[in-house]
Write a protein that binds this ligand. Structure first.
Ligand code: ZN
Length: 65
């Protein structure tokens, strides 16, 4: 018998959504949206979005330092 995952893993069988800012685990994507609005400020979210976008464009554009 192989036990690939710890017993607690059964509780996480369903796909969860992590908050991109703090890693908080939420059951649904909509919960993440609500969490973002409640737990994080708009400026914080905007920054994260800009960074995420910058990360993608970094592949073709040289980042300023
Ligand atoms: Zn969060």
């Amino acid at each position: 018998m192989q036990s690939m995952a710890p017993p607690t893993a059964t509780a996480r069988a369903e796909k969860t959504h992590d908050c991109p800012l703090c890693g908080h685990e939420l059951a649904a994507a909509n919960d993440v949206y609500v969490h973002l609005q409640v737990s994080h400020r708009k400026s914080e979210i905007s920054e994260a979005l800009i960074q995420a976008t910058a990360d993608e464009s970094n592949q073709s554009v040289v980042a300023e330092r």
